[in-house]
Design a protein around this ligand. Structure first.
Ligand code: 5AD
Ligand code: FES
Length: 351
């Protein structure tokens, strides 16, 4: 039965609701192995043994939002806040460029100090210095006008996970002022403007059911994002969800394979959260169908402060250590790091 479902997912890229439900509920070691084998076939077709690198620059952990799961939420008074200067961010890019990064992901909390003008000025400077690099933003929910300004300043991609497509679960994980409707509005605006967009969800967040996950799959099918970031929920001790159970590596790997079969060409990172719940999580993620890794380029002095969850990896390491380490890790599983921007296949670069 499982084998039949997987074969059908491989051929058609889709199952009906009940098929997904049973595929996920009835997963076991043999079916996960078979699924991941199929996912690797699809991955090889479109990407060979290439893995794309993104240099993650966490440039501010100041956040006006209050997501219940997140360690840098507004109400966490224990978080030690920081904000990098434009110069410091450019230094990160310089170091990253020298290590071979051709995509910079600028991520922050929803920090009001970073006005549209400041964000645009930053993008313009990076764009001018690194015309061969992709600039990805991950700075949260904004108005369509703001998104348009960043795009015109030279940003190419935007990451904004939907977190969960279930309105009920979304409500449980966020304060009242944050709505799923607005998240979706943002994703649609971003896509409409012309960004390559990244959505995605946390797995095994408190209260999440398999039905919720299937909801995510249908949501993604409709949205057709260029990138999908998924990873296990990991509790942070200074949040309302402290003490809740962390998600495991196993479901994330299974879902990565499902996503690879549903979206053969999608950019699929093996995330830091996956590397946090299992020391070889990122390698396992690539072997399950992922094709992107996002090593941290943030300066060592602030790494230990951008803590969305407990026990985050690489917080003590120098940036060069992570790039070297990732190269070795990928080699150890027979993959190699691509020196390109790593755009979504078929993506036409605007001029
Ligand atoms: N555990 C796992 N992932 C988390 N994120 C935020 N907090 C946590 C947590 N406690 C993820 C969210 C967010 C991304 C930047 O990090 O999905 O979109
Ligand atoms: Fe940071 Fe390996 S990726 S030490």
């Amino acid at each position: 039965e499982q084998k039949k479902r997987i074969d059908r997912l491989y051929e058609e890229g889709m199952l009906e609701r009940n098929g997904f439900l049973r595929l996920i509920c009835e997963r076991d070691e043999p079916s996960a192995a078979y699924l991941s084998e199929k996912a690797r076939l699809r991955q090889a077709e479109h990407f060979g043994k290439n893995v794309y690198l993104r240099g993650l620059i966490e440039f501010s952990n100041i956040c006006a939002s209050n997501c219940l799961y997140c360690g840098i939420r507004r109400d966490n008074k224990k978080a030690v806040r920081y904000r990098l200067t434009e110069e410091e961010i450019l230094d990160c890019c310089r170091a990253g460029y020298a290590f071979g990064f051709r995509t910079f992901v600028l991520q922050s909390g929803e920090d009001p100090w970073w006005s549209d003008e400041k964000v645009c000025a930053l993008i313009r400077r990076i764009r001018k210095e690194y015309s061969d690099c992709a600039i990805t933003l991950s700075i949260g929910e904004k108005t369509k006008e703001s998104y348009r300004k960043y795009f015109e300043a030279g940003a190419d991609r935007y990451l904004l996970r939907h977190e969960t497509a279930s309105p009920k679960l979304y409500r449980k994980l966020h304060p009242l002022e944050q709505t799923l409707e607005n998240r979706i509005r943002c994703l649609c605006d971003l896509k409409d403007i012309g960004y390559q967009i990244g959505a995605g969800m946390m797995l095994e967040a408190p209260g999440q059911t398999v039905e919720d996950l299937v909801e995510d799959l249908f949501f993604l099918k409709k949205l057709q994002p260029d990138m999908i970031g998924i990873g296990p929920f990991i509790p942070h001790s200074d949040t309302p969800l402290s003490g809740r159970k962390a998600g495991g590596v196993e479901l994330t790997l299974f879902m990565l394979s499902v996503l690879r079969l549903m979206f053969p060409k999608v950019l699929l990172p093996a995330t830091t959260a996956l590397g946090t719940v299992d020391p070889r999580g990122r390698e396992k993620g690539i072997l399950a169908g992922a094709n992107v890794i996002m090593p941290n380029l943030s300066p060592q002095a602030v790494r230990g402060k951008y803590l969305l969850y407990d026990n985050k990896i690489c917080t003590g390491d120098e940036p060069e250590k992570c790039s070297h380490c990732m190269e070795l890790r990928m080699k150890s599983i027979g993959y190699e790091i691509s020196g390109t921007r790593g755009d979504a296949p078929g993506w036409i670069r605007r001029v």
